[in-house]
Design a protein around this ligand. Structure first.
Ligand code: GDP
Length: 425
């Protein structure tokens, strides 16, 4: 069976933890979109890890981890990450890289940084990992597939020259930076080839066989619905689709094979980067939630920057679950809210004097004000509880309130960062 694990919010919902947990029962875990621009934090028997590129299934002996054709493949980052997990005692993971995955080129990272510098205060809050220039080039048809590392020196050099010609016009006249040297890029690609060669695979064919063999397959999404370029808060979005539906394309699987879509929804809100964030809170209130949030605070796994904080947003989460095609909700980081006397929840938006529970397009979203309802807190630590009935009554009420507002079944409640901190309903 194929299951997708995706986010309903702005990312950082705890998908890594849920993937690591479900990977125990899985054969294959696939990253199908995004790149090294976001991270998953995982706490397990080996310690605490921040993965950026590797799928969150690398901690088991029995799993195969795949980087699908839809990812932005940063080869040096991938190899650094493999090295790091192995150095910390994790058995060398079995990894396959799609021959159709495209590579983040050194100039993608440069161009990302140059553009952020040019935009200055009006930037999108890019992590400068080269993701936007990478996907732009992919769809402009001047990207480099892993398979192209093997086409021979002349053909590869020829393409590098053609691409550099275009890039250098921008670099010279828009950014006023040093020009790209095609020979250096070729050398770097030969280095990438050396690193990636043992892992390259016709993933499409591999997965077709795996389906025939009845393997358990997990798709692991990066970021969340609201960062999807089509259905999110455009233009403050990421550059590849964050939706389960894209899993079929970015991994190379028939869409009808995705039987379960587990959407991870966080018990409060956090976001990185710019963009409207209706239930955002500030000052002391935000600082306290940020400090207590996640596992060791709400700070970016890739950049370390403090995340923006907010109360649970039922409007955004309902929409986020809907566009994912949710079959199950995993409701995460609930334990963090145990310190609050009262817990505000954003249940509707007020836009131009009208109340709505439908998530609007960006121009309207920017005008939205939160309508808050307040629930009583449970004022205790719920970590370690394993049965739903054992949760404090107010905690169950919070879960059931959220479930009713979003309209999708919460079948898992995560009450701690560890693998076993989970309550099935
Ligand atoms: P992802 O990008 O969706 O995988 O999410 P992140 O890894 O960025 O953020 C989740 C953070 O919350 C990580 O530090 C996790 O270890 C932590 N986490 C996940 N689930 C829970 C939970 O139920 N409770 C607590 N306290 N932390 C959690």
């Amino acid at each position: 069976m194929v299951k997708a694990i995706v986010g309903a919010n702005w990312g950082d919902e705890g998908k890594g933890k849920i993937t690591d947990m479900l990977a125990k029962e899985s054969d294959i875990i696939i990253r199908f979109q995004g790149g090294a621009n976001a991270g998953h934090t995982i706490v397990n028997d080996y310690g605490k890890f921040a993965l950026h590129t590797l799928p969150s299934g690398v901690f088991y002996n029995h799993t195969t981890s795949i980087l699908g054709n839809g990812v932005a493949l940063n080869i040096p980052v991938l190899f650094k990450e493999i090295q790091e997990v192995v150095e910390r005692g994790v058995p060398k993971p079995r990894i396959l890289v799609s021959d159709r995955a495209q590579m983040v080129m050194p100039y993608h990272i440069l161009l990302d940084a140059y553009e952020e510098e040019r935009l200055a205060g009006k930037s999108f809050g890019s992590t400068k990992s080269g993701i936007a220039p990478f996907y732009s080039d992919k769809y402009a048809k001047i990207g480099f597939q892993v398979s192209e590392l093997f086409i021979g020196a002349d053909a590869l050099m020829d393409k590098i020259n053609r691409v550099c010609e275009v890039k250098n016009i921008l670099i010279e006249h828009l950014y006023h930076k040093p020009l790209l040297k095609p020979e250096e890029i070729y050398k770097e690609l030969m280095e990438y080839k050396r690193m990636v060669e043992p892992y390259v695979c016709d993933v499409s064919a591999y997965l077709a066989q795996a389906l025939k063999d009845g393997k358990e397959i997990l798709l692991e999404g990066q970021l969340g619905s609201l960062k999807d370029p089509d259905h999110g808060i455009y233009p403050m979005v990421t550059s590849s689709s964050t939706l389960a539906g894209y899993g079929a394309i970015g991994a190379s699987l028939p869409p009808y094979e995705i039987k379960k879509i587990i959407t991870v929804v966080k018990a409060y809100s956090s976001a990185v980067g710019a963009g409207a964030f209706v239930s955002e809170i500030f000052g002391e209130e935000a600082d306290e939630l940020r400090r207590r949030g996640g596992d060791g605070g709400e700070y970016g796994a890739t950049t370390g920057r403090p995340r923006r904080m907010g109360w649970f947003d039922a409007v955004a989460s309902k929409y986020g679950c809907r566009v994912q095609g949710t079959t199950d909700v995993a409701f995460t980081v609930l334990d963090v809210l145990g310190y609050l006397d009262e817990i505000p929840v954003c249940t509707a938006y007020e836009i131009d004097g009208e109340i709505t529970t439908d998530f609007p397009v960006t121009a309207k979203l920017e005008k939205a004000k939160p309508v808050l309802e307040t629930l009583p807190g449970w004022k205790c630590d719920i970590q370690g509880i394993r049965k739903y009935e054992d949760l404090p009554e107010n905690c169950r009420k919070y879960i059931e309130f959220v479930e009713e507002k979003i309209g999708f079944p919460i079948t898992m409640v995560s009450n701690g960062p560890g693998r076993d901190d989970i309550i099935y309903r």
